[in-house]
Design a binder for this molecule. Structure first.
Ligand SMILES: [Zn+2]
Ligand SMILES: [Zn+2]
Length: 252
């Protein structure tokens, strides 16, 4: 059965890890960082933080919820998918993990447990931009609190134990720093792809083509894509039919 969207069971491990890390960072912010800040910076800080968190969650949800399946039924298409058994757009790619064709396929994202293609690419980009802001802001806040703690320890000890604040801020800075760097690299990569007018899939195929012994572009496509020309799809069906009957007879 093809997957419909990122909420189709089974839920991915990366999805759960991402959600738990996000919740952990938000909890640290609400319980430790926010009470330590002083007004009016506390209000400004919490407003910026809320916009970044809500934006990240909303766009992640939208990118995961959208079904990017290529439901193209036009007979003008020259591509026929031998797995989906129907005509698909000329820029479609069959995702092996979701078992469906996706128009303008970019890549399969494990964090949203969904393919990224024509229908949800813009929401995916908005997700990574808001996530970058969220992680950067969390990282800066954590470093600020560590600094403040070092300069005015007696003041903060009244609110929380010094060791607890240090430990939580170190964890917060570590997680948000790692996400900030890796996600920043992803944003730069997609900026590069936009300039080159390539999808992630096309970029990977180009690289494999260069490193592979297969030099012809046609050979590469035959190797990675389960397609035939739409005009030949009828004869393909006729070839498949006897095999299916044969397997049914054997099992009965
Ligand atoms: Zn397909
Ligand atoms: Zn997929």
């Amino acid at each position: 059965m093809p997957r419909k969207n990122g909420f189709t069971q089974p839920i991915n491990c990366e999805q759960i890890c991402g959600l738990l890390t996000g919740l952990f960072l938000i909890l640290i912010y609400c319980i430790i960082i926010l009470p330590i800040l002083r007004n009016p910076w506390q209000i400004v800080n919490s407003v910026i933080y809320s916009i970044l968190v809500i934006g990240t969650l909303a766009f992640t949800g939208i990118a995961a919820y959208i079904d990017p399946t290529d439901y193209q039924t036009s007979y003008n298409s020259i591509k026929y998918c031998t797995i989906c058994n129907r005509n698909v757009s000329n820029d479609s790619k069959h995702c092996g993990q979701c078992n469906r064709c996706v128009a303008s396929f970019d890549h399969h994202c494990s964090w949203i447990n969904n393919c990224v293609g024509k229908c949800n690419y813009r929401y995916f980009i908005l997700t990574v931009i808001f996530l970058e802001g969220f992680m950067l802001f969390q990282f800066c806040n954590s470093i600020y609190i560590i600094n403040t703690q070092a300069q005015h320890p007696e003041e903060l000890r009244k609110i929380f134990q010094k060791e607890l604040v240090y430990a939580m801020m170190a964890l917060s800075a570590l997680f948000s720093g790692i996400f900030c760097l890796s996600n920043g690299a992803l944003i730069c990569f997609h900026g590069y792809l936009n300039v080159k007018r390539l999808t992630t899939y096309e970029f990977i195929i180009e690289r494999r083509k260069r490193s592979s012994k297969i030099s012809s572009g046609d050979d590469i496509k035959k190797y990675y894509e389960p397609y035939v020309e739409a005009s030949k799809s009828e004869s393909f069906e006729l070839v498949r039919a006897p095999n299916l009957l044969e397997s049914n007879n054997k099992s009965s």
